[in-house]
Design a binder for this molecule. Sequence first.
Ligand code: GAL
Length: 663
Amino acid sequence: MAFGGDYNPEQWPAQVWPEDIALMREAGVTMATVGVFAWAHLEPRPGTYEFGWLDQVLDLLHGGGVDVDLATATASPPPWLAQLHPETLPVDVDGRTLWPGSRQAYCPSSAVFRERATALTEELATRYAGHPALALWHVGNEYACHTTCCWCDVSAAAFREWLADRYGDIEALNQAWGTSFWSQRYGDFDQVFPPRSTPTFGNPGKALDFRRFSSDEHLACYIAERDVLRRITPDVPVTTNFMAHSEVVDYWRWAREVDVVSNDHYLTADDPDGHQELAFSADVSRGLAGGRPWLLMEHSTSAVNWQPRNVAKRPGETVRNNLQHVARGSEGALFFQWRQSRAGAEKYHSALVPHAGTESRLWREVVDLGATLDRLSPVVGSTVRADVALIFDWESWWATEHVATPSIDVTYRDRALALHRALLAAGLTVDVVSPPTTGGQLAQYPLVLAPTLHLVSSSTASVLAEYVQAGGHLLVTYFSGIADEQDRVHLGGYPGAFRDLLGVRVQEFCPLRDGQTVRLLDQTGTDAGCSDVWTEDLHLTGADAVLTYADGPVPGCAALTRQARGAGVGWYLATRTDDTTTASILREVCAEAGVTAPYDVPAGVELVRRHSDDAAYVFAINHGSADATVQIAGTDLIGGSVIDAELRLAGGAVAVVAQAAAG
Ligand code: GAL
């Protein structure tokens, strides 16, 4: 199990480094990510490299038994780059230059930036190839985190090339974007600008392609460095840290390009149930890793400085957060950062070694955590067993949240999180998957969820239809299947791509007013819950109504439908149900799909299974304050106790129950 985090020794005098190593030993640190923001130290003047300090640091770490995840240090260019080449600076949608002085101030399409970044990468790889501490390469840092897109002239030229590549001729682009509307018809690729600020709504097709382009440009920066590393150190795996369910790039495209998926996650401190969103992030990471183990590259021991309120974690919270990631497939838990900065923009961000030093609760927890992770080493290599699949799609996200959509209240991630939350509470584990494009991809799942899958290609639509035909259960939620991959509406009634499969035809969207709610009734006329944001004038063309609206714009219309198709069932949920209603709908859908939780889960307790060939590991995490019990036998790897039949879990406690055979 990897344990440790970002180590930024360049922020400290060299006299501190031996103490760092001694403390790392005390805490059981096994991995340090070095040099993420060290470009200005490694290349203080253009072409002049200073590696002496890094040599010393890597040797010290190696001497302390700590593996190094060595950064290419290209996440933030040094000030001289902007001075020499101001054209490398990013420009925002309004044409304002984003100046150096924070981080990530570069345009991803800049050839100058890429050239300088790959030159540094080449120097680093050449120098440290064969260094015994080098275990992993860490390219850049959270690509696109701040400068998701750049609207400068360099980007404009690159965008035009990207479009010419994608469409071949300008007429194909005109068709795709529907440029006959508002006199936008282009005669040449040279007439196309990035979607800079416009008098009113810009073209949605263009906006979508610009997101795709921007994701690809950042990816090209990553690939340029990765290829240098692969050439010089072919045996060292390469990663870059993702921000799993953030909208910035299409991580399905990125995931194929890394040797190890690594992810950063920061708990939303203001959310008392933040662990639910954490679980989703971890499941997205595992999905990106194709179900294989992945690595939690960053999280926090306590306060996160960039949130509006730097709420500190309560005792025991870090270990719970930590184990959630491990339960869901991470092979360890790394943090930002080792030693809390004395100065700079993140000096109030927590770390493993806090400002208070080692005489602190936080440090004691860090030491305990190291020991806990060490005890979990048998878990390494095992994989997570999930019950249900959920389709997640960045392109649908971008299209759903374009400004010119039917309701500002329809946001992409909302339903994915809501469905995931309900299944988490029911003790079920979810695999997050990409929109399927080839048959059989989903065959292992009895139930597949498609929340707000707005853009659906004909191949995805037919794979999902085959899945249901063959016995699968599919639950689709509103604003799905509306448009094709170019954001052009499937005509003939919504949800065009799924009309036949679901046996419904929607004539008109009926979004609700701000704060308006509607009541739902079951088929006996009994109150069956509540929803908001969205309703539809839905007509049944084969499906049965399961729930209908009692009031709102379309009383009597179906809100939840069910159609048997071949050996399976297609469900359609046309409104935004509240959490209680969502949970009860999922109970019914799961029951029919034969999905049952492996254990009875007390409220507030999270249970996840990892399996290897000869063992199962059940992670039990009590997020509540009340004691709980789970009927399970085995050995608790953390506490060491043998559990005959019943695991007692105090409020806030964790256990990892190892069982000899799959249980
Ligand atoms: C991450 C970033 C780290 C650090 C951290 C603080 O987004 O990769 O460098 O800034 O946030 O939470």
